[in-house]
Design a binder for this molecule. Structure first.
Ligand SMILES: [Zn+2]
Length: 485
């Protein structure tokens, strides 16, 4: 089966190339310059991945299904390097099946799933069982036959693509956790091929996976020895507990004061120190403050291997949103004041921020509706909404809600930046081995209409949790098709 995608614009981390793509049996066979007649092409470059999509030469006169991609951007299948798909343990909120559907509709074809499940993934046995579940989730439990919760018409956005086929190929990678001495022994033995990294909770969050006293250093040491990327959730538990004991405000806004800027900064500083001490490949998860970004920049400038990610909710939501969103804006680390959002955005554009990841952490609406807002669970869904939020902020974008929130003077993103933030960098940092859009690689791409404006909302989203903090936001940029070979 051959498919020819005509007149699309391939986005790499460095440039946008107007090209035709020939796909055969799940493989990307050739890329042609759309401006030339395919039969007269000469070879432009070999199939390297150094930020350039190479274009091939040989004329293909075979019969192919033609997709007219005029006006569409073609991204490599995106990587969301921080999700919580809640399986095993909280499948009523999300499972690998619904989470993967949600990802796919957002142009995300690879996700890195966190270990704070129930049971937590901090033993080899739990990891193996989770890997086994993945096969089941993607091959056996194919929705949308479960039309009691999702109407098949919602899959229109992937029209033409065989949903089942692409869906079964969403690549879910797993993080390993460690919080107790016995987990260190498991970490020393775990097959590193089966994991994309280790997650360390420096403070408690969903699942209470905070590392016990003294365990943190051991995790840094073993990860360094085994050359594993270590992802740290940085919030200092002592500071949080102290703030909590002094807090008298029962409103949701107190969440950002209890889990303060100071708590995040103190913990990130400590993680960077440990990373330096042991030479660990350190990745700071969901950076929420400009102060942390400063520390990370300094460490990077000094030559230390430190990378970081920022979640969209720390860019586009701020403490003013508690008033309308209430507990739907409750996550860890919490939303901050607008000045932090602006500085984080500058870091996204100038390259200090390595990745954008969703920290997709769904909870049911019911559980969010607690009497005491401060006891509501923390976390928001987001793997499906990253791309439209970012595309709304590219050069030439219309009057979208995300662009409005950034404000007029803020630097604009280029489509190429999205490839850097959601493909090249996470691929490198977590050693995922994903190929770029080049001949010979398995096809893994998404077609996006960058000009389509629409109102984002739960009616068009696929997470099982059934809500989004961005309900009703006017955005620009829609995934129209995903092809995974
Ligand atoms: Zn998380």
């Amino acid at each position: 089966m051959s498919t020819l995608i005509k007149n699309g614009q391939i986005v790499t981390e460095n440039e946008i190339l107007k090209s035709d793509i020939l796909i055969e049996d799940g493989k990307l066979i050739d890329i042609y310059d759309s401006n030339q007649d395919a039969s007269q092409l000469t070879e432009l470059s070999s199939s390297d991945c150094q930020g350039q999509s190479s274009r091939g030469s040989s004329a293909h006169s075979r019969k192919a299904e033609v997709i007219d991609a005029t006006g569409l951007l073609i991204f490599p299948g995106l990587i969301d390097c921080h999700v919580h798909f809640r399986e095993p343990g909280m499948e009523e909120v999300e499972d690998m099946t619904s989470g993967s559907q949600s990802a796919l509709h957002g142009g995300v074809t690879t996700v890195c799933d966190m270990p704070n499940n129930s049971p937590a993934i901090n033993t080899i046995r739990a990891l193996d069982e989770k890997i086994e579940r993945k096969k089941h989730a993607l091959l056996d439990r194919v929705r949308p036959q479960a039309d009691e919760w999702r109407d098949a018409s919602r899959f229109d956005s992937l029209r033409g693509a065989s949903l089942e086929e692409s869906f079964s190929k969403v690549d879910i990678r797993f993080f390993f956790g460690a919080s107790k001495p016995e987990h260190i022994e498991e970490l020393k033995k775990v097959d590193t091929e089966k994991i994309c990294g280790v997650k360390l909770y420096m403070g408690n969050s969903t699942g209470n996976q905070k590392a016990e006293e003294g365990i943190e250093e051991q995790v840094f040491k073993v990860c360094s020895e085994r050359n594993i990327t270590l992802v740290c959730h940085c919030e200092d538990e002592q500071t949080i507990q102290k703030n909590k004991s002094e807090n008298t405000n029962s409103e949701i806004a107190a969440h950002s004061e209890i889990r303060s800027v100071e708590a995040a900064v103190k913990s990130t500083k400590y993680a960077i120190e440990l990373g330096k001490k042991y030479g660990t490949k350190l990745h700071i998860a969901h950076v929420s403050t400009s102060d942390e970004l400063e520390l990370i920049k300094l460490a990077k400038d000094s030559g230390q291997t430190v990378t970081c990610e920022v979640a969209p909710h720390h860019l586009f939501l701020n403490t003013d949103d508690y008033e309308t969103l209430g507990t739907l804006a409750k996550m860890n680390p919490p939303i901050r004041t607008k000045d932090h959002c602006e500085k984080l955005w500058e870091g996204v554009v100038d390259g200090t921020v390595d990745c954008i990841s969703s920290d997709h952490a769904p909870h049911t609406l019911e559980s969010k509706n607690t009497k005491d807002p401060l006891s509501a669970p923390s976390g928001v869904p987001g793997t499906e909404t990253i791309l439209p939020l970012l595309l709304s902020c590219i050069e030439g974008g219309g009057a979208t809600e995300p662009a409005k929130r950034l404000g007029k003077g803020m630097p604009k993103l280029k489509p190429e930046d999205i490839v850097r933030l959601m493909h090249t960098n996470p691929n490198k940092i977590f050693g995922l081995g994903k190929g770029c859009l080049a001949p010979g690689n398995p096809v893994n791409l998404c077609l996006v209409n960058p000009n389509e404006e629409y109102s984002m909302g739960v009616a068009n989203l696929h997470s099982k949790c059934g809500w989004t903090p961005y309900e009703g936001w006017n955005v620009q940029g829609k995934v129209v098709k995903v092809i995974v070979g």
